[in-house]
Structures are given as structure tokens and as C-alpha cells.
Design a protein around this ligand. Structure first.
Ligand code: OSB
Ligand code: MG
Length: 368
């Protein structure tokens, strides 16, 4: 592809309700979109990093700067390229995987639109709908959590993920399990809020028939995750620790987890995500697609990815209404606790640029 223009759009999109995790509260998304225009097509990518460096080390101001100062100039200096070549072209930039993932997504979207190929078929997807769940933030009281959980079940979600932290774990899970019954799939996510001393406490979660417990300990502390996996019967899943194929190999080798959460923005893009999927499939380890409160753009990427065969657990890929009053693409709608996989070229969604402009988006243009 010969790139003619790269554009960065940035705007805030309010969430329908605050999203609190063990590391902080989010009230809105600070969205960066990458728009790539080639001689014959346009592609979009979403940068999903947080406003603050609390989930991982990236944050939106830094991601924007990395795009402007390094990624865009490197791509322009390289000349015509394919989406597959992108990771190699920007390999000198260490980390910054959310920024890279956004650019790669836009390139892949442009490339596949030009070829008339849908993202799901390009990646090797085998499903036309993907089962999804909803990630529920920490609430002021356990009663609130029960109410919110019941309302999502009423909306049609067959799988709930509860955020936990020290002081908000066993009792909230007990109450939600009692309220929603055994038929609802339930899992928890600690976002690294615990230490090795908490293993016996976390083992109390075993009685609630959870699908998994996600990332109880620090991202680089694989040995404590392995110790936990030996002690508790609830499967241990890694999120923050899974930053690359190599990190995934190490985690599996150490038996630090038996389930893997794949996030496009955490591993550096859709192609690395597919590689991690393939590795886990070879090892017989199930994966599922994590979320970062994406807009309709990032959600399209997640839905296509989750259509691959080893994505056997429901993803954190909820309907638009769970996140925003109005999405920036056509809304994603829940049906049978699933989302439909777009079959049209590229990501298969259209960005509502008029709405994005009304949100006050800044647009910065870059040419080779
Ligand atoms: O740990 O999975 C996480 C959102 C922001 C940062 C980290 C996480 C999350 C979620 C959101 O759980 C899931 C979603 O997008 O629905
Ligand atoms: Mg997580």
C-alpha cells in the first residue's frame, strides 16, 4: 500500500456509568483513532490505552506522541508497505503496543477493504456470531452489584465478570452467585491487586463455580500465579502478563495459567493476537477476547478476532449500549448473548465522522 495521508483523531466519549477497577475509576474514554488513506482505500484503527498509566504503562498522551514522533515517520520513511510488514518497520520502538496496535489495525482495515476481504475471514475466523459477556466494575455496595448484575442478566448476558479487590471479593461473589443462579457463567478479575499472602483467601472463591480468576498478581510475577494455580481449583487466567507470544510461552511453560485473555492493544496488534491464539490452540489452552471499553471500531476488531476457533470462552465484548449512549459506528447489538461477526470488507464498520466532529474531535493530518 502507498499511504497518502495518516490522520489522528482524538475526542472524549462518556461512559454510561463509571467503571471502577482495583486500579481506578474511568468515567469516559479518551479515544485516539488512526485513519489511513491510501491511493484506493481508507482504514481505521482505535487506540485503546487508558488516560492514566494504571492498567499498564501506556496512556493516551504518550501513545499520541509515540504515533506522531516515531510510528508515523517510520512508516513514511519506509515507503509502501503491507499491514504484515508494519511490526517489523516499527520494531525499534520498544513496547508502546497500544499505539502500534492502533496503527496496524488501520493499515489492515485499509488493505482488506481494498482487497474486498473481511477481517474475520483474513484472520481465519470460523464463527458468524461470537458469545460475549459483560465486565462489571466495583460498586459502592454489594447490593448495588447485585442489582447491576441482575440487570445485565435481564439484558441477555449469559456471562458476567466481576471486578474484585481486597475487601471486595468473596462476599460480593457469593451474593451475585446466589442472585443470578448457577446457569449464569461467572468469573472475576483482580487487575493485579493481590499478593502471594492472599492465595488462601482467594481459594475461598472455589465454592462459586467460577469460569476463571483473572490476573490476581503483578504482571511479571508468574511464579506466584503458578503457585496459586497449584493451590486453587478455579482456573487462573492471565491478562496484564500476556504482552507477547514469548510471554505467553513462558506463562504456559511455568503453568502460571490455564486460560489466556487476548487483548489486541496489549499485545501490539491483531497479528500478534492471532499468533498467541495459535500458540494456545497448539497447547490446548483456551483463550478469550478481553476488552478495553472500546468504541465500535475496536469492538469490530475484537469481534473478528473472537471468531477464531480457539476463542472458546465468551469475550469482554459487550453491546454498544453497555458502554455509551451513542457509539461512533453503527451500534453493536446483543442477540442470544452474542454479537454478529461483520462479513463486509475490513473491520466492516463505518465511523460516523459527523458525530465524532460533534464530540469535539481534534484532527491532525500527516503526509509523507
Ligand atoms: O482488566 O479487563 C480488564 C477495562 C479497562 C482496563 C482493563 C480491563 C477492562 C475491562 C473492560 O474489564 C472490559 C470491556 O471492555 O468490556
Ligand atoms: Mg483484566
Amino acid at each position: 500500500m502507498k499511504i497518502e495521508v495518516v490522520e489522528l483523531l482524538r475526542f472524549e466519549l462518556p461512559l454510561v456509568r463509571p467503571f471502577r477497577t482495583s486500579f481506578g475509576t474511568q468515567n469516559h474514554r479518551d479515544v485516539i483513532l488512526v485513519r489511513v488513506a491510501t491511493d484506493d482505500s481508507v482504514g481505521w484503527g482505535e487506540c485503546v490505552v487508558g488516560v492514566d498509566p494504571f492498567y499498564n504503562e501506556e496512556y493516551t498522551d504518550a501513545a499520541y506522541e509515540v504515533l506522531v514522533r516515531w510510528l508515523i515517520p517510520m512508516v513514511f520513511a519506509h515507503g509502501p508497505l503491507t499491514a504484515e510488514a508494519f511490526a517489523g518497520v516499527v520494531a525499534n520502538v520498544v513496547g508502546n503496543k497500544g499505539a502500534k496496535a492502533a496503527f496496524e489495525m488501520a493499515l489492515l482495515d485499509a488493505q482488506l477493504r481494498a482487497e474486498g476481504v473481511s477481517l474475520n475471514s483474513y484472520l481465519g475466523g470460523t464463527r458468524s456470531t461470537v458469545p460475549v459477556g459483560v465486565s462489571i466494575g466495583i460498586t459502592p455496595t454489594i447490593d448495588d452489584l447485585v442489582t447491576v448484575s441482575q440487570s445485565y442478566v435481564a439484558d441477555g448476558y449469559a456471562r458476567l465478570k466481576l471486578k474484585i479487590e481486597p475487601g471486595f471479593d468473596v462476599e460480593p461473589v457469593r451474593r451475585v452467585r446466589e442472585a443470578v443462579g448457577d446457569a449464569v457463567m461467572l468469573q472475576v478479575d483482580a487487575n493485579a491487586a493481590y499478593t502471594a499472602d492472599d492465595i488462601n483467601h482467594l481459594a475461598k472463591l472455589d465454592e462459586f463455580n467460577l469460569l476463571l480468576i483473572e490476573q490476581p498478581f503483578e504482571p511479571d510475577d508468574l511464579l506466584t500465579h503458578a503457585a496459586m494455580a497449584r493451590k486453587v481449583s478455579t482456573p487462573v487466567c492471565l491478562d496484564e502478563s500476556i504482552v507477547s507470544v514469548g510471554a505467553t510461552q513462558t506463562a504456559l511453560e511455568l503453568a502460571a495459567c490455564s486460560v489466556v485473555n487476548v487483548k489486541v492493544g496489549r499485545v501490539g496488534g491483531l497479528l500478534a493476537s492471532r499468533d498467541i491464539h495459535d500458540l494456545c490452540a497448539d497447547r490446548g489452552v483456551p483463550v478469550w477476547c478481553g476488552g478495553m471499553l472500546e468504541t465500535g471500531v475496536g469492538r469490530a476488531a475484537n469481534v473478528a478476532l473472537a471468531s477464531l476457533p480457539n476463542f472458546t470462552l465468551p469475550g469482554d465484548i459487550s453491546a454498544s449500549a453497555r458502554y455509551f449512549d451513542r457509539d461512533i459506528t453503527e451500534p453493536w447489538v446483543l442477540r442470544d448473548s452474542s454479537l454478529d461477526v461483520p462479513q463486509t470488507p475490513g473491520l466492516g464498520v463505518i465511523v460516523d465522522e459527523e458525530f465524532v466532529a460533534r464530540l469535539g474531535a481534534t484532527r491532525e493530518l500527516f503526509r509523507p
